[in-house]
Design a binder for this molecule. Sequence first.
Ligand code: TA6
Length: 288
Amino acid sequence: MITHKQFDNGFKYIEIENNQAEAKIALQGAHLFHYKVKDKPSLLWLSEAAYFEEGKAIRGGIPVCFPWFGKNKDNPSLPQHGFARTQVWTVVLEEETGEGTTHIRLQLKPNAYTLAQWAYLFDVTLDITIGHKLSIALSVTNTDTKPFEISTALHTYFNVSNIDNISIKGLDNKAYYDALEEKTSIQHGDIFIQEEVDRVYSYPSETITLFDGDAKVNLQQEGSNSLVVWNPWIEKSKQMSDMTEDGYRTMVCLETSNAREDSRVLKPNESHVLKAVVSQEIDTTVKY
Ligand code: TA6
């Protein structure tokens, strides 16, 4: 079932429920902010202090970073992570598929606001498929007459029982840019989060696995040779008005991206798809 709803302040979202899972997608940012497979814990973390207000990115779920990831290289005063996550997208397709899943396609086209920040013509769609697995794909097409460069991310916030319990596998021996140290290092072994972490890993393994006690979350990426790992930890959490002080303890971001050296140049009429597929293996005896 697909229902169009809105909060009291008029903030619009789509509610999805099928036999496999449930989800909520805000029209602003095409922002998936809730996804839960039946009989499993919610996969996506959502801040208790998240804004659901026009022009403010939702803290949690899967923000879409486009047409740049991080700060804009040419004009750092522009909004971090680009304009896609604060623009209202249009629903162009809603379907209950034959496999019992629900597929929604949303589209963003240029407007005066986007052209003022980034003077290119583009067609961007986000395809979200809700079922036992979550599939999310960002498709960018250059509809201009000149090439453009994009850096993007599906900035996924994963729910964890406790940050002390988790480990991340699939990045061993991978090089990463440490945004805090502003230098490149090599990952040795699994990742454990015991401080602020803000890293862009290059050429991650095809499957990244998040272990949380007896729970496992598998992240598979297509169209991406970079993965961002982020946790704000204590001090950064205090600096964010849409993050509770202990919010960092129950989240970690694993972001399928085309970030830094993995940015992409699209010629006119060229397209690129950035895709993430997430599945959960849960031992149902684990209590959340
Ligand atoms: O993906 C990591 C990161 O770039 C961090 O540096 C931090 O800024 C995070 O994104 C959240 O960014 P936001 O603009 O959503 O507060």
